[in-house]
Ligand binder design. Structure first.
Ligand code: GMT
Length: 377
C-alpha cells in the first residue's frame, strides 16, 4: 500500500508512535510518505520505502497566526495526487483530521477518492479537543473519517463520552519493538556517569507539561532518597522545568537530581534506570512507561486514563491515585529496598511489555487499512 502519514514531528508520544509505525510498515514493503512541517525526530537516516514531504509554513506579514491547516491540506492534496497514495493516516485529530477532510473534498472534486484514518492519541480528546473552541470541528471530523482508532479503551470511552458520535472506534494500543538487551558492561559504563554502584537510579521522561505532574516526580523522589541512596534522571524539557529546578534547590536535591534535557532516543537512559516514575494527571496510554518496561524497568504511576491498561499493579510496578505521592513513595521504596524484589519486578515489567510487541499491533493497522480500502471500492 502507499500510505500518507500525517503527524507532529516532535518528541511527543503521538509523533513517536506515528514515526515508528511508518518505519515498521516501510520495512514490511509498504511505501510510506510522512507529511509534516519538519523532519520527525525519530525518523533517523535515509531508509528504503520512506519519503518525507515538508509542509512549508508561510510567513506572509498579514498572518498573525499562520494558516498551517490550509498549507497542510494543500500538501496532502499534492502528495496524494502525484505520489498516487491509497490511504491517509492522520495522527492526533487537531488539526490533522480537519486538514484531511478538506484534502479529501478537494481531491473528490478532481475525481480522486482518498480515504483517511484518524488516530486519537489523548490530549486531542481529553484536554484540547473537548474545549468548546475545538469541539464542533473534532466531532465533525470523527464522523467524517473513514475509520477512527484510539490508543486505549479509556480514550475510546472518553471520546464517546465527550463527543456527539456513535461511530465505531477501534482500539489499537501503542506498541514497542522488543530488542535484545544491551551489553551489560556498556550499560554499566553509562550508568556510572550518573550514579554510584550502591545507589538506585530513578527516571522520568516527558515534555514537562502541567499534565505530567512533574512536581510529583520530585516529591516522590524526595521520599525515596531519605530511605535509599539514589539519584533521579529527569529527561526532556518543557514549561515546568524552571519551576522544577527551583523546587530542587528548595528541597536541597540539586546534587541528586540530574536534568539531562531532550534525548532523541531514550532507550539507553531508560535501560540504566531501576525505576520509572509517571504520576500524570491524565494519560491516554503512557508510551513512556511502556518504553521503560520494554527495557526491564518497573513503573510507579498514577492510575489515571489508560495507564492501568499498560502497567499492572503489583506486577510490572504500582498504581496510585493522582497526587498521592506518599503512596508512590512507599511503593517505590518497597520495590527498591530489596535486590531480589527489584529483579522480579524488572522481569515482570519486560514480560508485560511483550504484550505490546510491534509484531502483534502492526497487523491490526494493516487489517484496518485493507477494510477501509475495500469499503471504499
Ligand atoms: O503525552 C504527551 O504530552 C504527548 C502526547 C502526544 O500526543 O504526543 O502523548 C499522547 O499520545 C501518546 C501516544 O499515543 C500516549 O502514549 C500518551 O499517553 C498521550 N498523552 C496524554 O494522554 C497526556
Amino acid at each position: 500500500m502507499k500510505i500518507g502519514i500525517v503527524l507532529y514531528p516532535t518528541f511527543g508520544g503521538s509523533g513517536v508512535v506515528a514515526t515508528e509505525l511508518g518505519k515498521a510498515l516501510a520495512k514490511k514493503g509498504h511505501e510510506i510518505h510522512f507529511i509534516t512541517y519538519s523532519q520527525p525526530v525519530r525518523l533517523g537516516s535515509f531508509r528504503e520505502n520512506i519519503y518525507y514531504h515538508e509542509v512549508a509554513v508561510s510567513d506572509y506579514p498579514l498572518f498573525e497566526y499562520q494558516p498551517y491547516e490550509t498549507e497542510l491540506a494543500s500538501k496532502m492534496v499534492d502528495v496524494v495526487k502525484y505520489e498516487k497514495l491509497d490511504i491517509l493516516h492522520v495522527h492526533y485529530a487537531i488539526p490533522h483530521a480537519s486538514a484531511a477532510f478538506m484534502a479529501k473534498q478537494i481531491l473528490a472534486s478532481q475525481g480522486i477518492d482518498i480515504p483517511f484514518v484518524t488516530t486519537l492519541h489523548g490530549t486531542d480528546i481529553t484536554l484540547v479537543g473537548k474545549d468548546p473552541s475545538f469541539e464542533p470541528v473534532i466531532t465533525f471530523c470523527l464522523n467524517q473519517s473513514d475509520a477512527v482508532t484510539a490508543v486505549s479503551e479509556s480514550l475510546k470511552k472518553d471520546t464517546l463520552e465527550h463527543f456527539d458520535t456513535n461511530r465505531e472506534i477501534h482500539v489499537i494500543p501503542n506498541f514497542i519493538g522488543i530488542e535484545e538487551e544491551d551489553d551489560a558492561e556498556h550499560l554499566l559504563k553509562i550508568r556510572r556517569r550518573y550514579a554510584a554502584d550502591h545507589e538506585r537510579l530513578l527516571c522520568h521522561v516527558s515534555n514537562f507539561r502541567k499534565v505530567k505532574r512533574v512536581e510529583d516526580v520530585l516529591l516522590t523522589f524526595a521520599l525515596v532518597q531519605k530511605e535509599i541512596p539514589s539519584k533521579l534522571l529527569m529527561v526532556g524539557d518543557g514549561p515546568e522545568r524552571v519551576y522544577l529546578e527551583k523546587m530542587c534547590r528548595e528541597h536541597n536535591l540539586c546534587d541528586k537530581v540530574i536534568f539531562v534535557g531532550k534525548v532523541r532516543d531514550t532507550k539507553h537512559v531508560l535501560a540504566i534506570s531501576d525505576l520509572f516514575l509517571l504520576p500524570s494527571e491524565t494519560e491516554s496510554f503512557g508510551l513512556a512507561a511502556l518504553e521503560a518496561m520494554a527495557v526491564s524497568v518497573p513503573v510507579i504511576s498514577s492510575n489515571t486514563g489508560g495507564i492501568p491498561e499498560v502497567n499492572t499493579h503489583g506486577v510490572s510496578g504500582y498504581l496510585s491515585n493522582v497526587g498521592d505521592v506518599q503512596d508512590m513513595g512507599a511503593n517505590a521504596i518497597h520495590i527498591l529496598s530489596d535486590d531480589q524484589r527489584l529483579k522480579d519486578f524488572k522481569q515482570a515489567a519486560r514480560k508485560r511489555a511483550e504484550d505490546f510487541r510491534l509484531e502483534n499491533i502492526l497487523p491490526q493497522y494493516e487489517t484496518l487499512y485493507r477494510e477501509v480500502l475495500s469499503l471504499n471500492k
